[in-house]
Design a protein around this ligand. Sequence first.
Ligand code: ZN
Length: 204
Amino acid sequence: MHFSSKLLEQAVDEFGRLPGIGRKTALRLVLHLLNQPDADVNRFTASLNNLKEHIKYCKTCFNISDLETCEICATAKRDHGLICVVEDTRDVMAIENTNQYNGVYHVLGGLISPMDGVGPSDLKIDALVERMRNEKVSEVILALSATMEGDTTIFYLYRKLKEFNIHISTIARGIAFGGELEYVDEITLGRSIATRVPYERNVG
Ligand SMILES: [Zn+2]
């Protein structure tokens, strides 16, 4: 791609770094923004700066939040003894959209992936174990993707959590969710949470 301007090329480079954005799409987005009124572009950049500067992670479940404690953790009428462990905030959003889950969450911030250099200490696993010690937890649902990384993480968490007197379950994994919870339709996801199975039954 030949650019008539270094500034244009730099902006396209930045957009092109975003997931799923090729250089052609990046160019289209940059040219679109260039044609917008200054006020619109300023609002766009300000929202990103604000996000990066002020966003918080809930100190209990590590979901993205505007406050120290997220809205879900702060809601007394939710079942705080039921914790659904997920990879990231998109999974929380997907499960909340089902309107069929009344427990709380724990956001790991990724999955164990030796190939990508992500080990257990890079994730919020110790914090989850702490919650087992300090909160009255009766059940943990491991709602992680049906990928090798998801399986590895589930097995690791199972070994960490089994010493606590809790039920450990996983969501139905036969359903076609392509490894990405966020893409499952709400009915299927809601059903798979409702029909979750004890993890032990799946082991060996
Ligand atoms: Zn929270």
